[in-house]
Design a protein around this ligand. Structure first.
Ligand SMILES: C[S@@+](CC[C@H](N)C(=O)[O-])C[C@H]1O[C@@H](n2cnc3c(N)ncnc32)[C@H](O)[C@@H]1O
Ligand SMILES: Nc1nc2[nH]cc(C(=O)O)c2c(=O)[nH]1
Ligand code: SF4
Ligand SMILES: [Mg+2]
Length: 215
């Protein structure tokens, strides 16, 4: 059984695959936050910008088999070219639910498989583009992949804690303070820019879907 909050077609907004059309499949549930606002202050990850509770979003639901998930993804991919098929599994935390059966079925259907994960759970094999986004003091179990994308700044977190890990690319993504304060938001972006100017291993990742107003 796989539980998805929502499934939709959009352009990847972040990181090294930004601009690429993909079906986004957002799993319900996370191991670092309940998703309820009243729990945010005591969550292991407290800056989340996403609603991942339940299965009531567009395209969401509970799918009994991996084949049922593929059928749903294919509905959103529609008649687009088969050779370009691309899916991003996110959440919530996708590695709580992704298993070999799902990866195998999605791969057989022709998809390039990208995953957005907090890295606290080891990833199964077969993922084409693994993006790990470490969260404060939560221990990393997955220390390799295509992209490490650190939300910055985070209290007590130094990018150099991660710069020696086995990733192809390293990104800093300005922390969205969720509308709390425009000045602080701009300061976060400025801090990323200044860090990247001094540390060429790191690149700027902007949440371009928020700038353009797409999902
Ligand atoms: C909502 S998370 C879901 C996947 C997974 N749980 C994770 O944290 O990587 C998707 C991406 O959004 C990023 N993100 C979440 N809240 C953010 C915020 N307030 N500002 C910037 N990026 C944020 C995460 O770090 C992650 O890279
Ligand atoms: N367009 C778009 N790109 C994204 N990249 C990562 C996202 C996520 O929430 O995981 C996301 C998202 O929610 N929308
Ligand atoms: S780990 Fe990811 S989904 Fe979970 S609360 Fe943090 S940003 Fe949100
Ligand atoms: Mg998002």
């Amino acid at each position: 059984m796989y539980s998805f909050k929502e499934i939709f077609l959009t352009l990847q907004g972040e990181g090294g695959q930004a601009g690429r059309v993909a079906v986004f499949a957002r799993f319900a549930g996370c191991n670092l936050w309940s998703g309820r606002e009243e729990d945010r202050h005591k969550a292991l990850c407290n800056f989340c910008d996403t609603d991942f509770i339940g299965t009531d979003g567009e395209g969401g639901g509970k799918f009994t088999t991996a084949a049922d998930v593929v059928e749903a993804l294919d509905r959103f991919w529609g008649d687009l070219p088969r050779l370009e098929k691309s899916v991003v599994f996110t959440g919530g935390e996708p590695l709580l639910q992704m298993d070999a059966a799902l990866i195998s079925a999605v791969k057989s259907a022709g998809y390039f498989i990208a995953v957005e994960s907090n890295g606290t759970i080891a990833a199964p094999t077969g993922i084409d583009w693994l993006c790990i986004s470490p969260k404060a003091q939560n221990a990393l179990k997955q220390t390799s992949g295509q992209e490490l994308k650190l939300v910055y700044p985070q209290a007590g977190v130094d990018p150099e804690d991660f710069s020696g890990l086995d990733f192809e690319r390293f990104y800093l993504q300005p922390k969205d303070n969720l509308g709390a304060d425009k000045t602080e938001q701009m300061a976060n972006t400025q801090a990323v820019i200044e860090y990247c100017l001094k540390h060429p291993q790191w690149r700027l990742s902007l949440q371009t879907h928020k700038m353009t107003g797409i999902r």
